[in-house]
Design a protein around this ligand. Sequence first.
Ligand SMILES: *Cc1c(COP(=O)(O)O)cnc(C)c1O
Length: 400
Amino acid sequence: MKDLSKPTNWKPTTSLVHGGTMRSSFGETSEALYLTQGFVYDSAESAEARFKGDEEGFIYSRYANPTVHMFEQRMCLLEGAEDARATASGMAAVASAIGCQLKYGDHIVAAKALFGSCRWVVEKLMPSYGIECTLIDGKDLQAWKAAVRPSTKVFFLESPTNPTLELCDIRAIADIAHENNAKLIVDNVFATPMLQSPLELGADIVVYSATKHIDGQGRCLGGVVLSSKDWIDEHLHDYFRHTGPSLSPFNAWVLLKGLETLSLRVRQQTETATALTNLLHGRKDILRVIYPGHESHPQYDLAQKQMKGGSTLLAFEIDGGKKAAFAFENALQIIRISNNLGDAKSLVTHPSTTTHKNLSDEDRIELGISDGLIRFSVGLEDSEDLALDIEQALHASAQV
Ligand SMILES: *Cc1c(COP(=O)(O)O)cnc(C)c1O
């Protein structure tokens, strides 16, 4: 197999199409799907050498697989990372990135506004292993500083957050982490690799749910952890091999195909999200619209500084609470109700009764998740059709 794959001077869109490609002797155009568990050796000596690490090559698909490797290499080029491990889901990526570098007695500081399962990992799972966790307001730089202890090893955040699209200042928080010998992990799912590059901003580790925009067409689960080669060798390599969160070759193949169109999709979805934000801003039945790319966002300046676009998601609060929000969702004809995001299909969620229903009322109010709040993941439909669907659904909701 010929490895074409690591020119560092490629622009991101070229890397998305060609990065990491390893062609077999058949010269296939599309990446080959190596649906195999294991590999055979030409001789006993070759098997011995491969196990010793003296000979390059694959051993077992829990460790590495050629199709999965192509996906990891393509992600590395896109992200500017030295190395990566692809995982079976976004949560496998998050749990591995956190779990592989912490031991009993260590401490983690995390922003409160986290994806529900991420919050469970840091708030419930880690403490059960003797790893303490302090949850803070991720927007508040003083709070990050104040939470540090001598045992603090990891900072963890997502930006923009789910579902209220608040931002954390990645560069400033990375500096605080490094002053205290801690590593910063950024969950970059909402921003996508096209709109934000956490490693460039100083983060040490980036995690993705590839289930979202990277697949982008609602088909399969996947995830990836990206970092320096040293960090992966020291912390993730053995953990990953022996706990087995590996991505299936079939899903890696689907995700490789997803990457080819990622920049086009994210660009279009961001453009449509901007148009819909502008439309909603003028309306009396909408109490607030949250979009990092709009001047009305309280952290607009930070968004301009650390993001390359406004986001493919927006959120808005309908006047009339849960009743109006439900009537709005039920009246939609093109836009579908789902807890998923990053899809070609536009999807709305009512966070307070679904994705965030397990939070206490107090936490929900603190995070701004009101009963009228709708999260909107913008798809690839025509922007005018989406605008008409929203308008007719708001009209229907005002009748109840
Ligand atoms: C979806 C999501 C995850 C988890 O990813 P899965 O692929 O569903 O396991 C983690 N973080 C964020 C921000 C997400 O949106």
